[in-house]
Design a binder for this molecule. Structure first.
Ligand code: ZN
Length: 129
C-alpha cells in the first residue's frame, strides 16, 4: 500500500524515544477510538525547552510512526516552537498526504504532545524571588 512508505514502516517497527520518563515528567494519555490507537507521552522541560520526551502506545502504523517522528522533531525545541507544529508539519514528516480517517491517527500524537506541553508549563512552580 502506497500509504505505508518505508520511512513510516521504519519508525513503526523501530520507534524512536520509546518509553516513559520518571520523576518530574508530565504524562498525558490520549486515544483515538475510531482506529483504536492509544498513546502516552511523557515530557520534561528545562528552561522552557523540551529536555526529554518519550512515548509508549498501541496502534496503527501511522499513529505510532507519527509519534516517533514528532518526538524526534520537537526534542530540544522551545515550548513556543513546539506548540506551533501543525498538521502540515506532520504530513511533511510522514511524507504523505493523509485521508480524513488517517489524519486522526497522525494527529493523535500531536494533540497528546500539545496537552503535555500545556500541562508542563502549568505545573512548573514559580521560582522564589
Ligand atoms: Zn490509527
Amino acid at each position: 500500500m502506497d500509504l505505508y512508505r518505508d520511512n513510516i514502516l521504519d519508525h513503526y517497527q523501530n520507534p524512536r524515544n520509546w518509553g516513559s520518563l520518571t520523576g518530574s515528567a508530565v504524562k498525558v494519555s490520549h486515544n483515538n477510538p475510531s482506529c483504536g490507537d492509544s498513546i502516552t507521552v511523557s515530557l520534561k522541560l528545562d528552561s522552557g525547552k523540551i529536555a526529554d520526551i518519550k512515548f509508549t502506545g498501541n496502534g496503527c502504523a501511522i499513529s505510532m510512526a507519527s509519534a516517533s517522528m514528532l518526538t524526534e522533531y520537537i526534542m530540544g525545541k522551545s515550548v513556543t516552537d513546539a506548540l506551533v507544529v501543525k498538521r502540515e508539519d506532520v504530513e511533511k514528516l510522514l511524507g504523505t498526504k493523509l485521508t480524513l480517517a488517517r489524519l486522526k491517527c497522525a494527529l493523535l500524537p500531536l494533540e497528546t504532545i500539545r496537552q503535555a506541553l500545556v500541562e508542563s508549563a502549568k505545573t512548573r512552580l514559580p521560582k522564589p524571588s
